[in-house]
Write a protein that binds this ligand. Sequence first.
Ligand SMILES: Cc1cc2nc3c(=O)[nH]c(=O)nc-3n(C[C@H](O)[C@H](O)[C@H](O)COP(=O)(O)OP(=O)(O)OC[C@H]3O[C@@H](n4cnc5c(N)ncnc54)[C@H](O)[C@@H]3O)c2cc1C
Length: 458
Amino acid sequence: MAPGHRHGSVPPVVLLLLVATVLGSLCLSLTASPEAQKRYNFRFVRHARDAPLVSYYNYIVVGGGTAGCPLAATLSERSRVLLLERGGLPYGNRNVSSEYHFADALADTSPRSPAQRFVSEDGVVNARARVLGGGSCLNAGFYTRASSGYVRAAGWDPRLVNASYRWVERELVFRPDVPRWQCALREGLLQAGVTPDNGYTLEHVQGTKIGGTIFDRAGRRHTAADFLRRAYPRRLTVFLRATVSQILFRRTGTQTGQLRTVPPKERTPEAMRRLDRRAFRGGFILEKILGPMSTGHVALRSADPDANPAVTFNYFRDPRDVERCVRGIETIERVVRSRAFARFTYANVTAMEAAVLGRRAGHLPVNLLPRRATDTRPLQQYCRETVMTIWHYHGGCHVGAVVDQDYRVLGVRGLRVVDSSTFKYSPGTNPQATVMMLGRYMGLKIQKERWTRNDETH
Ligand SMILES: Cc1cc2nc3c(=O)[nH]c(=O)nc-3n(C[C@H](O)[C@H](O)[C@H](O)COP(=O)(O)OP(=O)(O)OC[C@H]3O[C@@H](n4cnc5c(N)ncnc54)[C@H](O)[C@@H]3O)c2cc1C
């Protein structure tokens, strides 16, 4: 699913520092804080059961996710837009809105959970968003732009890209507080040779940096749903609990098919119970293999939109990825042994011992892989046994293979795909900035095309 990343000179291994669905017939749930109610009083948001039998719009956006919300908000500036989202509101759900409940949202396996759990065919535990705001309501909040090389390779207009990033950042990007142990980690990275020190930046650059976050200083999450504050309210209608199961094509345009509200099925509840929340408490250091050489595949099991697809990641199938992981772990070992990090380590325990002990105690239940007897190559074994997703999914719907450069589905009029599935490589250190940017960017482009066309015909 994620073939090699070959843009720019950023190294392939990136170290990351981790730091409601109750809806009435309209607006916010009663559990939302008064502040949230005031701030996000979206009168155009309704439950799907209130949908009229037939209605007409210039654009219908399926999925109010990380790309869908900025896209719908932008299109509503000049056109009538319908946004259909299968989940509920993010506001009033503590698991979404508080930084400290990151793991709780992922551990909630109820049918109304904002996260729909699934396990890949090769045993890696995953989640799909099911809430207005999509993955931005579940994610760890890291915000970083794509590199200029990535923007060039995508064939995007760099000026419009920059303007779109700025639009996104005005709404929901914050400079994080950096607590003491994270400062020590940053210093440790520099002492371990991960240079230069880039300070605070939203750019994707080589070295050590403090990136942006969508959590504010009070630990409150700001999500893509917040972009709807920028929408033109009279031209936007949002239906929640609106699972689109069909799109009917006509010669003259597009109309939505049936709306369903069937609760999604959990694929492997037993596996889900094994996710230990403690794994996500406190601080931990993640290593990401940026653009792995190993490739996998994704296939639909059925036409039911709630059914999880069959995904095989094949992480570490290519031995070069194992070696890259080992190099990353060696860097982390140097960081942990650095002077800067000294007061966060125990005198008698090496970094590797601590990591292996944690693994044996089962504190990283991020995959269902069987544990083997100790290997002669412990770092390689460590990489394989602690493999997890970092949820930066992309590649299910490539530009060139499924959609054209303008994100139109090949051979189909009036249908585009605008989301992270169109990316061939995961952009930046983390993708959400670019997913949001793409929603805004394509919204502006589509508007421009439509109004230029109309000007010409009038
Ligand atoms: C746990 C986790 C941690 C992450 N951490 C980070 C991070 O720190 N930084 C970062 O940059 N990225 C992170 N990501 C990745 C990032 O959040 C995703 O790349 C991004 O949210 C994908 O956006 P999208 O618009 O493509 O899809 P989504 O945001 O998932 O949107 C899809 C939307 O469509 C809806 N939908 C789907 N099917 C239907 C249907 N049939 N009918 C109606 N609605 C439908 C879904 O409910 C969902 O709301 C993380 C992701 C997860 C899950």
